[in-house]
Each structure stands twice: as C-alpha cells, then as structure tokens.
Design a protein around this ligand. Sequence first.
Ligand code: BTX
Length: 326
Amino acid sequence: MKSEILRLLKREEGYLSGQELCNRLQVSRTAIWKIMNQLKEEGYQIDSVSNRGYHLEKCPDIVTGEELESELEGRVFGHEVYYKEEMDSTNVQAKKLAEQGIANHGYLVTAEKQTNGKGRRGRSWSSPKGTGIWMSLVLKPDISPYNASMLTLVTALAVNRVIREQTGLESYIKWPNDIVVNGKKVCGILTEMSSELDYIHYVVIGIGINVNTKDFPEEISERATSLFIESHKTYKRSRIIEKIMEYLEFYYEQFTLNQDLRLLLTEYNQMLINIENKVVVQEKQTSFEGIAKGINEKGELLVQTEKGIRTVMSGEVSVRGIYGYV
Ligand code: BTX
C-alpha cells in the first residue's frame, strides 16, 4: 500500500485529499496518516494542509522497495522489489529468494550497503552505504544455459546507455562485464546461474554502480571512479535504476528472439572500449596478445593475433589493455 500511496502522490501535481486516498485504497484515515509519517521519516518532504490534503514536495535519494515500485509501474523487470538497508550481497540474497520460490522473473533485490559485495572469481566489490547502486535482478529465461553468459553483455549495453543518457558522460563497455569512464571502472556486472544441462532454473544479474561515491579505498582508488567524480553532479539512484530496468527489458527482448546478439551487435561494438586496441588475454595457464576486433553474435571477443583471429569466451579469462586496465 505504501508504494501505491507514493505512486499516487508522485502523479498528483496539486494536493491529494486524505479522503480520496481512503476511498481509493479502502483504508482508514489513521492508516493513511501512519504511512505519511513513515514516509516523512524516510526523508520524503510531504506538505499536509487541513482541508486540502497531502502534497509531495521532494523525494529522498533512497532505493527502497516502495520508492522503486512506485516508479516501475507496468514493467516486468523490477515489478517487485526486495529491499534491506544492509545485506551481505544482493546476489546472495537474490539466489536465496529464487531457491525459495519467492523471486520470480523480473524480481529485483536492492540494498543501501553490502557488507560482502562480490566480484568475479571470489573478488570483492566495495559497496559503501548510500552512495551506489547495488542490485540484483532475477531472471528465468527460456534459453539454453550455454547462451546465458550473453546476458552480462546485454546488461552492460543497457547500463552503459543509461549512464550516457543520464549523465552525458562518455562511458564505454570493457568486455565482458565492466563499464568505464575515462579509463576507470564505474560499474561491474556479476551474472550467476543455477541450471541443469539443458534447463535454467534462474539467472541472477548483479549490478554495482558507483553513483555518488566521493572516494574509494586506497587499493582500488586508481582504477575506480564514480558518476559524481567524473561529472561533479549527484544523481537520484532510483531514477537510474528505473531507466536500467526499462532498457534492460528492451534489450533482453531483442536478445531472446534469437538467443544471440545479432540485433545488438552494431551498438555493442560501437560502445566497446577495447575495439582496435592491443589487448592481453589472460587464460587459466597462458596468455596471449592481439588486437581486439569486437564481439561476434555469441558475445565472444574476436582477437587478431599473428596466427589469425582467435575467439575468446568470457568466463575464465581476463582481458586488459597492453599498458593497463583498459
Ligand atoms: P570483477 O571481479 O570484475 O571486479 C572486482 C574488482 O574490481 C576488485 O577486485 C577490485 O579491484 C575492483 N573493485 C572493487 N570494488 C569496486 C568498486 N566499487 N568500483 C570499482 N572497482 C571496484 C565485477 O567483478 C562485478 C561486480 C558486481 C558487483 C555487484 S553489486 C550488486 C551485486 N551483488 C554482489 O555481491 N555483487 C554484485
């Protein structure tokens, strides 16, 4: 009900009378009054005037379920949101909820802070309170498990587009799972899956974006950046989440049509920072160098070497520029 009240308040330009809210939601005046107080405690500025009702003057920068649900009306992605101020990892929580049968396709998990944010291969992800977007989307795609890793690339495309549109920054995708601005990492994506050989139980797409972060722990400060650091502006995180859900849903539909990236290839390769760059591909035991030529329909990176083109699958490799991270 709280998200419904928020949605109505956001839509109303003038004042929304208490009586109208009672009628619409079939609840008592006291119930409405209590929720208004809760919202005020969370930081919403609500003007209440007797005989006129309530008017929402300002929304705080928070990522609660009610804030997001009130924005994400009519969408499949993010239609239901599980929020807790603090979590170990939104990916871990999303997997638990999917295992329990609670999280269905499009279910979103968000937190203000992660105490054990995860990167790939056991690495950690710095997720301080209130500054970034730490979220995980549960999907139950009807696709082959072999094609699921492309979802990371689909997500990168959506996040990169939203960053560009919302901030005006020239962000790029660093294949396969980072978004970079001015050569530094502003976003990381961690896709995890539970499947059988030919059937996906669920996929969890974890997205971490440094939004209003002002500084970083020393060990990552040279390679990490935030939207704030790059643009000197702060952003309302719920707005960015809302836009990501919108674009991700759009790109996801195009991906599932053929279970590959043929419809997204041109746009992806335009946004690929590594393109035509010398890269070092580090595989489990060995490494090799070449020029990145872009990705193919399967999302593999094509690398021109002296011996010809090699296709690199995401997973157990890391790709970096010859002189550093990008
Ligand atoms: P990755 O393994 O590619 O990157 C992890 C590496 O990035 C770390 O080893 C560190 O060097 C650097 N790093 C750590 N924190 C940050 C940061 N905040 N900004 C920039 N660089 C950083 C990338 O893994 C995938 C990260 C996914 C994070 C999301 S957050 C929501 C969801 N829940 C969860 O536990 N993980 C995902």
